[in-house]
Design a protein around this ligand. Structure first.
Ligand SMILES: Nc1ncnc2c1ncn2[C@@H]1O[C@H](COP(=O)(O)OP(=O)(O)O)[C@@H](O)[C@H]1O
Ligand SMILES: [Mg+2]
Length: 218
C-alpha cells in the first residue's frame, strides 16, 4: 500500500488515487462500508448523483474518481456565489428526499445525514454527493435540520472552517430554500450530532449554541 498516492484525508477516512478513474476510500475508524455502498448503489440507480461504486469490502470502498472542487472550495474562491451554493445544497436535499425509502416505513425517505459543503463535489456532470457513512432510510426533515446545524456550527465558530462567518449567510438562506421543515426535528439532529465520535469536546459543548443559531435564523 506504500505506493498509493494519498489524495485527501477527511475526518474519518483517507482517500487514495488508484488511477485516473478510481479512488480508494479507507476508514481509519474500522467502520464497515457494506451498508454505505448499498445505499450509494440504490440512490445512484434512481438517478441521484453519487460516485459509482466498483468494490466494497471491510473498511475499503473503491469508487469513481470525481473531478472538480468541493462546494466549499468553490464558494471560497468565488467560483460559486453563496446563494448559488446554498441553492445547490437545498436542491440536492429536495431530490434525495423525493426518493422512496429502501424499507417500508411510511413518511421515510433516503437521508444522507452529513450533507454539507465539503461533501458535495462540483463535477463536469454536475454536483455529486460523497461521504454516505450515515445514510439510510429516515425522515427528510432530520437530514435538512442536520445540514442547517452543521452550517450553523461553522457560522458560530464551533467548527473551524475557512468559510467561517460566510456560513452565517448560508444558514439564513438555506432555511429559506431547504425542503420540508428544518426545525421540526432540530432537537433530534442536535442529539445525533452529539453522538458523533469525531466531535471534539469544544464542538460538543457548542451544539446548543448552534441549535439556537438555527432557530434565530428561521
Ligand atoms: N469519489 C471521489 N473522487 C474524488 N475525490 C474524492 C472522492 N471521494 C472523496 N474524495 C475526496 O476525499 C475527501 C474526503 O472524503 P469523504 O468521503 O468526505 O471522507 P470523510 O468522511 O473523511 O469526510 C473529500 O473531501 C474529497 O476531496
Ligand atoms: Mg466528508
Amino acid at each position: 500500500m506504500t505506493d498509493l498516492e494519498l489524495f485527501a484525508a477527511g475526518r474519518e477516512a483517507d482517500v487514495f488515487a488508484l488511477d485516473g478513474n478510481r479512488v480508494l476510500r479507507r476508514y481509519r475508524t474500522g467502520m464497515d462500508v457494506a451498508r454505505e455502498a448499498e445505499v450509494m448503489a440504490y440512490v445512484g440507480g434512481l438517478g441521484f448523483p453519487v460516485p459509482e461504486v466498483y468494490a466494497a469490502a471491510g473498511t475499503d470502498l473503491v469508487m469513481e474518481r470525481l473531478d472538480g472542487p468541493t462546494l466549499a472550495q468553490a464558494a471560497l474562491t468565488g467560483e460559486l456565489s453563496i446563494p448559488d451554493g446554498v441553492a445547490i445544497l437545498a436542491d440536492l436535499l429536495r431530490r434525495l428526499h423525493d426518493l422512496p425509502p429502501r424499507g417500508g416505513t411510511s413518511g421515510d425517505t433516503i437521508v444522507h445525514l452529513d450533507l454539507h459543503p465539503e461533501n458535495v463535489l462540483l463535477t463536469r456532470r454536475g454536483p455529486v454527493v460523497i461521504d454516505w457513512c450515515n445514510a439510510g432510510d429516515g425522515p427528510g426533515d432530520l437530514d435538512t435540520a442536520l445540514s442547517a446545524l452543521i452550517l450553523a456550527q461553522v457560522a458560530i465558530g464551533s467548527i473551524e472552517h475557512p468559510l467561517g462567518t460566510e456560513a452565517g449567510a448560508m444558514v439564513d438562506l438555506f432555511l429559506e430554500l431547504a425542503p420540508g421543515d428544518p426545525l421540526r426535528l432540530l432537537d433530534d439532529a442536535a442529539a445525533f450530532r452529539r453522538r458523533q465520535l469525531t466531535m471534539s469536546p469544544d464542538e460538543l459543548a457548542m451544539i446548543d449554541a448552534a441549535t439556537a443559531r438555527v432557530r434565530t435564523a428561521a
